[in-house]
Design a protein around this ligand. Sequence first.
Ligand code: NAP
Length: 254
Amino acid sequence: MKPNDSLFSLAGKSALVTGASRGIGRSIALALAEAGADVALVARSDLAETAAAVEAAGRRALRLQADLADKAVLPRLVAETVEAFGKLDILVNNAGIIRRAPFLEFTEDDWDAVMDVNLKHVFLLSQEAARHMVPRGSGKIIHIASMLSYQGGILVPSYTASKSAVMGLTRLMCNELAGKGIQVNAIAPGYIATEATRALWDDPDRNRAILDRVPAGRWGQPDDLRGIAVFLASEASAYVNGFTVAIDGGWLAR
Ligand code: NAP
């Protein structure tokens, strides 16, 4: 079979993207919409701008303002998406936070806050989505991992722990769900210029140290994640299971 546009088409698909108000999540939501999917958007803040962009691409947008740290809201995110679009084909677990402090001073609050948003909600929301997808025999679940799924990092103990766990959870979910028609994969972004990394690109020393190590010689942009997201959400990735794909300008090659 020759590659063609329909291999990457998401026409008729329904997606749910968390953390869609800005940064990587916003870019992924728009990429899925441009490939043909209707998209439900989740964040705590206003989602009007992302929703307008999805609609400008000719697709339906559903705004689901919610705090993912509150596990009581998770079942209704899937239920409201299914109610609005008739089904859920694609879940992108993108929302995430980071707290920075030395290991010796790192607080339990900073541990719990990051683990709740970056890991616990990913497990619970994936479970809700998979319970809808399994009876239908198909679905795509995409987690957002990190370079710190592979490496230790510095000053970010709970972030490293959460993102390392996301890569493990991707494999576990693959093992249990691939035979039921559900594909579970993860994207590991390298250093992407967003609000979450402002502390790094705003600091001349950290910025130089990072750029010196990126073979591509530049920071990634949120739009650099669009292609891999559409690939993993589409028929083009039909036999990709349980893998974490680094989109890092070559960072891990060094
Ligand atoms: P960002 O610009 O800070 O965006 C984070 C998104 O998550 C926002 O839409 C935010 O919306 C949402 N969010 C955070 N906490 C939430 C909560 N409790 N409930 C609902 N939504 C919440 O960060 P980003 O750089 O795009 O990061 C997106 C993902 O990529 C994260 O998982 C991050 O760890 C991962 N990542 C980023 C990089 C990078 O270099 N930027 C590298 C590797 C991995 P509200 O604030 O409106 O709720």
